[in-house]
Design a protein around this ligand. Structure first.
Ligand code: OSB
Ligand code: MG
Length: 371
């Protein structure tokens, strides 16, 4: 396939409700969308960077810069046999996985359509429905958190993840666990604790958690290995894993027993499949994280979640939990059983709503091979 045009757009979308994590509050999303046309076929990808460099080092603006000045110029006009060749063409760009993933994933959408395959099948996925959980932001009181959990359980979600930070942790988890003794429950600290908190974190062991996600430094696998030795509860790494070598390191050092796979964080579908394969070969379960994506990023997460190692419910939930109006149709819906039906039509399997995207666009950049 020949990369004929690349279009980069920034769209603004307001979340239905603010989402609070240990690193801050997210409400007004500035999302980059990438459209690639190759051999006349249009494919879409989403950059999952945040507005601030607080989850990892990337932001909407760094991704704009890296795509505009390096990624798009290195791909425009190139002829590829497959989307899996894209990482090789971007070898000379260090880091910036989220920027690169937005572009690479659009090319995976193109390849799937060219081959008349659902993207899930092209990636090697088997599942026709995936299991869904929800990630709940930090709240003011344990009581309001319990109410929110109840609402999500009534919708069918199979696993509840609570965001925590020091002081907004034990009492909140205790309240949820005592009201719902049987549910699959996990917590995510987004790096809010320090190795000295190891004894304090042991207080969480009373709540039969499925996992504790990324308790320590965003970039320190060794610190997590030491902590995992002192905890019975499984640690799941998110921020620490930027590629499949990190996943291997973390597993071999005993830094985690579960891995969160995020397409943006690891640089796209090609690397995500490799993370999956390394974990699966070592019987380490994986699941799809989320980054408050629009429908485009969500559709990519759904396709990835069909690989056989995705044995735990992901943070992949219904469009309506995030947006008054999503940019794909149909919107992503979750069944009463807490599953998403994987589309079986070619490519992403959802239509991109161009008129909505045009309305939400605040700036764009365009590359054309013939100009
Ligand atoms: O750590 O998983 C995380 C959102 C923004 C940044 C980091 C994280 C999250 C979530 C939300 O947990 C998951 C979602 O519902 O998209
Ligand atoms: Mg996380």
């Amino acid at each position: 396939m020949k990369i004929e045009t690349i279009t980069l757009r920034e769209i603004h979308m307001r979340l239905k409700a603010p989402f609070e994590t240990s690193f801050g509050v997210m409400r007004d999303r500035r999302i980059l969308l990438v459209e690639v046309i190759a051999d006349g076929v249009s494919g879409w990808g989403e950059v999952t960077a945040g507005e601030t460099p607080s989850y990892n080092a990337e932001t909407t603006d760094t991704a704009w810069h890296i795509i505009s000045d390096f990624v798009a110029p290195s791909l425009i006009g190139k002829t590829l046999a497959a989307a899996s060749e894209v990482p090789g063409l971007m070898d000379c760009i260090r880091g910036h996985q989220m920027a690169k993933a937005g572009v690479e994933n659009a090319i995976w959408d193109v390849e799937a359509q060219q081959k008349s395959l659902p993207l899930s099948k092209l990636l090697g996925g088997m599942l026709e429905q995936i299991s869904c959980g929800v990630s709940l932001g930090i709240r003011d009181t344990p009581c309001s958190l319990v109410q929110k959990v109840e609402e999500e359980l009534l919708s069918g979600y199979q696993r509840i993840k609570l965001k925590i930070k020091p002081g907004k942790d034990i009492e909140f988890v205790r309240a949820v666990r005592s009201n719902f003794p049987e549910i699959r429950l996990s917590v995510d600290a987004n790096s809010a604790y320090r190795p000295e908190d190891a004894d304090y974190l042991k207080n969480l062991e009373a709540f039969n958690l499925l996992m504790i996600e990324q308790p320590l430094y965003w970039d320190d696998i060794h610190a997590h290995a030491k902590l995992q030795r002192s905890l019975c509860t499984a640690i799941c790494l998110d921020e620490c894993i930027s590629n499949s070598r990190h996943a291997l390191t973390a597993i071999e050092l005993g830094a985690c027993r579960i891995v969160n796979v995020k397409l943006g964080r690891v640089g796209g579908h090609t690397e995500a499949v490799q993370v999956h394969d390394i974990c699966r070969a070592r019987s380490v379960p994986v699941w799809s994280g989320g980054m408050l994506e629009s429908g485009v990023g969500r559709a990519h997460n759904i396709a990835m979640s069909t690989l056989p190692g995705f044995t735990l419910p992901g943070d992949v939930s219904a469009s309506r939990r995030y947006w008054d109006e999503d940019i794909i149709e149909p919107e992503v819906e979750v069944t009463r059983q807490g599953t998403i039906q994987v589309p079986q039509t070619p490519g992403l399997g959802y239509q991109v709503r161009r008129e909505a995207i045009n309305r939400l666009t605040v700036r764009s950049n365009h590359w054309n091979a013939n100009r």
